[in-house]
Design a protein around this ligand. Structure first.
Ligand SMILES: [Zn+2]
Length: 423
């Protein structure tokens, strides 16, 4: 790959307001892209790494990443992450469909469009309610959605896609974007595309990881290069205002360790629900609006890193083994920032069929191996990288026969035991 031809660069301007007064909140080191994984046994070679820094706009308060990595480096292959495999996501989308139906009284003629529709997990409950559904998704996950009988446009969302979809399917009563709205480049163009597709009384519903949860529960592992913007309600309102969109309802939800579901429409279409003023007040009180909370955030992240190293060092000093569970994209920041190399973590487990099997975790020589090994080896500890769903994962491992103890790395590292161990 010819690095010079690729488009990676520092983000020196705010992605919402264009202001160049950006303050550094936290620098997490130089982190390798997640999808470049060397085969186990391969000779180490030069590895790409990119600066990972969290910045805050002085003018509009948007928190964003400090360096933009070319998508061709971040996504060199199309290995789709499938939403349907996570129970909490399935339940959340069912709730979203029911809530939308209760609020907007959907009829059979209403079209629901999901941007970044993945495997159709969000749209399935809307379809089950009787609405017309259409997914827009560029990856192979679109094929999975089609096997569920969901109509898909296999493409990136852009103004051009929006025009084509409108010409063919008409305008949408509801447009959803779950966990993609903070990741897509050119956010202003995306919103214009959404407005083009949305009927005059239509509603745009986005779900994004919530900055308030990130700060309060120290989820610094959700800071990674694919994740370009970290929304608070205050910054989202400023973004939408520029396009004549008004946020009229907000709800905090549990997905991805804490997210925000935001309902927006053309200005004046809906009365402003009390949840909007309430959430803005919460953000003010938490120090998000004036940025005061970030003064302690960096120190809390550093302390959390030291505590995790200390916990793992104690376990290793006793000659015990630690296996990591799952190798999600978000694990890369934690692994590389804390330095969880092969001296600390013996192996990482992935389920059979994963494209990550028999590869090294980027930036380390920790091998990713078949989860069956966990039940054969019975290491004394496992470490959850997807710690925000630790309960679900622990119950699953127990059911399959794992007897050891579980480590949750964040916000404060702790040993997590659901049931008596070594019975
Ligand atoms: Zn700004």
């Amino acid at each position: 790959m010819n690095l010079s031809s690729l488009d990676s660069k520092p983000l020196t301007q705010c992605q919402i307001c264009g202001c160049s007064h950006l303050d550094s909140i936290l620098f997490l080191g130089y982190v390798p892209p997640v999808n470049e994984m060397l085969t186990v046994g391969g000779v180490p070679n030069v590895e790409m790494r990119f600066p990972l820094e969290l910045m805050r706009c002085k003018q509009c308060t948007l928190v964003q990443i400090g360096y933009e990595v070319d998508p061709r480096i971040l996504f060199p292959h199309s290995y789709p992450y499938l939403s349907g495999t996570t129970k909490i996501l399935r339940e959340n989308f069912k709730n979203l469909a029911q809530e939308s139906n209760a609020l907007f009284h959907l009829s059979q003629s209403d079209l629901i469009i999901d941007i970044g529709a993945n495997d159709g997990t969000l749209l399935a409950p809307f379809r089950d309610l009787g609405a017309k559904v259409l997914g827009i998704e560029p990856s192979q996950a679109a094929d999975v959605a089609r096997t569920k009988g969901i109509e898909m446009v296999k493409d990136y969302f852009s103004q051009k896609t929006a025009q084509q979809v409108r010409a063919h399917y008409g305008s949408a009563k509801i447009i959803t974007a779950a966990n993609v709205f903070a990741h897509i480049k050119n956010v202003h163009e995306i919103i214009e595309g959404i407005l083009h597709l949305l009927s005059s009384d239509g509603v745009f519903i986005s779900e994004s990881h919530y900055l308030l949860d990130l700060v309060q529960t120290l989820q610094y592992d959700t800071i990674y290069h694919e994740h370009l913007r970290y929304y608070a309600l205050g910054s989202l309102m400023k973004l939408f205002e520029q396009h004549g969109l008004e946020i009229f309802r907000v709800k905090r939800i549990a997905t991805h360790g804490g997210s925000i579901r935001v309902y927006a429409a053309r200005k004046g279409q809906f009365p402003i629900h009390t949840s909007v003023t309430q959430s803005l007040k919460e953000e003010d009180e938490a120090g998000l609006t004036d940025g005061a909370c970030f003064r302690t955030f960096r120190q809390r992240v550093i302390q959390s890193k030291l505590d995790l190293i200390s916990l793992i060092t104690d376990i290793k000093a006793q000659g015990r083994r630690i296996y990591g569970i799952g190798a999600p994209s978000r694990a890369s920041t934690l692994i590389n920032y804390v330095g969880l190399d092969d001296g600390l973590i013996d192996a990482v487990m992935e389920v059979a069929g994963s494209h990550k099997l028999n590869k090294y975790i980027p930036g380390t020589r920790v091998p990713v191996l078949d989860e069956q090994k966990l039940y054969q080896d019975q290491p004394e500890y496992v470490l959850f990288y997807s710690w925000h769903i630790a309960e679900e994962l622990a119950a699953n491992l127990r059911k399959k026969g794992y007897l050891g103890e579980c480590i949750v790395p964040l916000p404060s590292p702790r040993i997590f035991s659901t049931e008596p161990v070594y019975v």
